[in-house]
Design a protein around this ligand. Sequence first.
Ligand SMILES: [Cu+2]
Length: 203
Amino acid sequence: MTLIKIAAQSALVTGFAMALAGVGQANEIKGKVNVQGIKSAENIAVYVDVLPEKKFDAPKDHVAVDQRKMAFIPHVVIVQQGTTVEFLNSDAVGHNVYWPSISGNKKLAHNLGTWPKGEKKPFQFNDLGVVSLLCNVHPEMSGYVVVVPTPYFAVTDKDGNFEIKNVPPGKYSLKTWSEDGKPATQAVDLSSATTTVELVVKK
Ligand SMILES: [Cu+2]
């Protein structure tokens, strides 16, 4: 009897300690994007929208975009505002990098220039929005840098699945950007360790 009582108390204490550990714990948003009228659910950017009460430092880590086999790789890259992207050329031919606008704002157009194999050029993206990457040597090349206001983001895999890790508990607005579809918004209440969401992106 006494043994059972001790075991029960011990379980209670363990449970209490685990609950305490849960305070300030980082959670995870797991989800799937379903598409309507679009060929593929791959390469869709998903991110937590601006949090007015929170400020994030610009990330120190740089992100790489390669130009390889006549393509921007990855095709879609998502970064936090203030991130520096290193544009590398891995092809034997010279490639150029320019963007005619950021989210349609032509004042933010920029031409990084043209450089040969093995060289790279950095650019820090301080403006929010979608940067349409182009190469003026090869008109068929295109890629995207999606600059978002929080460090909580992901890009979908070929089945539309995504995971956003290390998100503090809270209520958020999850947004999407995709090359072929309209933006979608979904409210997320992140109170448990893993929250599962489904989004629909339409043509
Ligand atoms: Cu090129």
